[in-house]
Design a protein around this ligand. Sequence first.
Ligand code: 5GP
Length: 193
Amino acid sequence: METKKGKIIVICAPSGSGKSTIINNILDAGDIDMQFSISATNRAPRPGEQHGVHYYFMSTDEFREAISRDEFIEWEQVYPGRYYGTLRSQVIKAADEGHNVILDIDVKGALSVKDIFGDQALTIFIKAPSLDDLRERLIARGTDKPEVIAQRLAKAEYELDFARKMDAVVVNADIDRAVAETRSLITDFIARD
Ligand code: 5GP
């Protein structure tokens, strides 16, 4: 009998929308068979981030080489000079073996993955209640300099436009409710044929 392929769950959101908290919460609960797809990037690790756990951190040259070896399902220049890509090795084998895979990628990447995987993929957009709210969260997080926060907010405004192209949108006004809502979207989708 042929193994049923795993599903591809794509979570995208402007940074500061609570996306990582939602993903970690769902993965840590451990009741859904799901693997996190570790992306590659040429950006520097933030404090506490580990190579091979949060990202595969690469130099720009290494990233370019990976592109030329066709190692990515999709890749994007998410911020000027900053590249991020979904590695084939993180997604295809796991899905073919029947495991579900969850991706945390930007809006353009999400649409590319949807194009490739079609009904096997579910795209979920996590939205902060407002841009002001998002600004406050980014400041409170304290990981980015003011110019980086400004860059992320501009990007967020642009990304909000993409929300309507996703399969589902979750508004994160309350983190527990947002986790519950995202989780039920995922479990319903996984249960489908
Ligand atoms: P950060 O630098 O905050 O970790 O990520 C910045 C943005 O890049 C986030 O929106 C994140 O979802 C996105 N991103 C991370 N990995 C990938 C990837 O493999 N492909 C694409 N297209 N975007 C990614």
